[in-house]
Design a binder for this molecule. Structure first.
Ligand code: ADP
Ligand code: MG
Length: 320
């Protein structure tokens, strides 16, 4: 049975539909990512799960029991926001302890549990520092410690990495995932970053315009996107209307091969450096081809660019 069962959740703000009939299940120990562009309703859905926002319609069951009428404290979750939301006048340890104060525990136990949580995010040595003296990554780990110190039944993360720079973000991605697996804690993380969702999630819920576009494993949504929105949002994709067969064709830029003499004759229109790869834009110039005059995007390693001596205006042949 699912741990959380989200059924037919809808929400409007003054006639504006923020969530439209959202349903999916979350199993125990699962890491679920809500992935979608800004404004699609991800935070609203997380806040409804947390009890910080009221749904107009629908149900959320935890272990089979309706949870929507419960106040936030009785839902037993930990939460981390994009902005670390630490108290500036409290040390790291005091910030973590603060989250425990509602629970009726002794002072000694309070401190012990806070220390354990800080150890789990590898921050014992900075426990007496104030937020202003911590890096962004450390502040976010304090926020994470505060969320897990309560031993919650599930964890809600709203874009916890998006305020951090790229290197710290990748490191923390890995740390959060390890911690989640170690604690075996059911987690729902909101992100607009497809790479983050693909690398961290067991299950991805792709959203757009207040609706679910697809629910699946990272591999399912990448290799078998249910619709053009998912295909385009999760990675890049070429989509063409085939003049002759009258069908739509889709192929990912990394699945296209180039040849010196075989395939569709094409001209290089642009070459863009992307770090690990180059993104090449081609135009099919073979007038006999069903894709004549259509644009194609191809991802290549630097070695291929050199092997084919590619420049803007070069003529090359495309196969797939
Ligand atoms: P996301 O987290 O995916 O970026 P949100 O859930 O924050 O999206 O917002 C979804 C939509 O609902 C947005 O268009 C936003 O402006 C609107 N919205 C969110 N909260 C409120 C509110 N309290 N009042 C009015 N509109 C809101
Ligand atoms: Mg949001």
């Amino acid at each position: 049975d699912p741990f959380l069962q989200i059924s037919n959740i809808s929400k409007t703000f003054n006639h504006f539909t923020a969530l439209n009939d959202i349903s999916f299940d979350i199993y125990k120990n699962e890491f679920v990512c809500l992935l979608g562009p800004s404004g699609c309703g991800k935070t609203t859905l997380l806040r409804i799960i947390a009890g910080l926002e009221e749904a107009d319609h629908g149900s959320i069951k935890k272990n089979g029991e309706e949870m929507l009428h419960l106040p936030p404290v009785q839902r037993e979750f930990g939460i981390v926001f994009q902005s670390y939301a630490l108290f500036p006048n409290l040390t790291a340890l005091q910030n973590v302890e603060y989250g425990l104060k509602n629970k009726k525990v002794s002072k000694a136990e309070l401190k012990q549990r806070a220390m354990e949580a800080l150890q789990m995010v590898d921050l014992e040595q900075i426990k007496d520092k104030y937020p202003a003296h911590l890096s962004g990554g450390q502040q976010q780990r304090v926020a994470l410690a505060r969320a897990i110190a309560l031993s919650p039944k599930f964890l809600l993360l709203d874009e916890p990495l998006s305020a951090l720079d790229a290197k710290v973000r990748k490191k923390l991605r890995y740390e959060i995932k390890c911690l989640q697996q170690k604690l075996g804690i059911t987690t729902i993380m909101v992100t607009h970053d497809q790479e983050e969702a693909l690398t961290m999630a067991d299950k991805v819920v792709v959203m757009n315009n207040a609706q679910i576009m697809q629910v699946g494993t990272p591999e399912e949504i990448y290799f078998h996107p249910a619709n053009p929105f998912v295909a385009d949002f999760v990675g890049s994709i070429n989509i063409w209307n085939h003049h002759v067969e009258g069908v739509t064709k889709a192929i990912r830029p990394e699945h296209i091969r180039l040849s010196k003499n075989q395939g569709m004759k094409s001209e290089i229109k642009a070459i863009e450096f992307r770090g690990a790869t180059y993104r090449i834009e081609l135009e099919v110039i073979d007038s006999a081809s069903p894709l004549y005059s259509q644009k194609i995007e191809v991802d290549l390693f630097a070695s291929s660019i050199q092997a084919f001596n590619l420049k803007r205006g070069s003529i090359i042949f495309v196969q797939f």
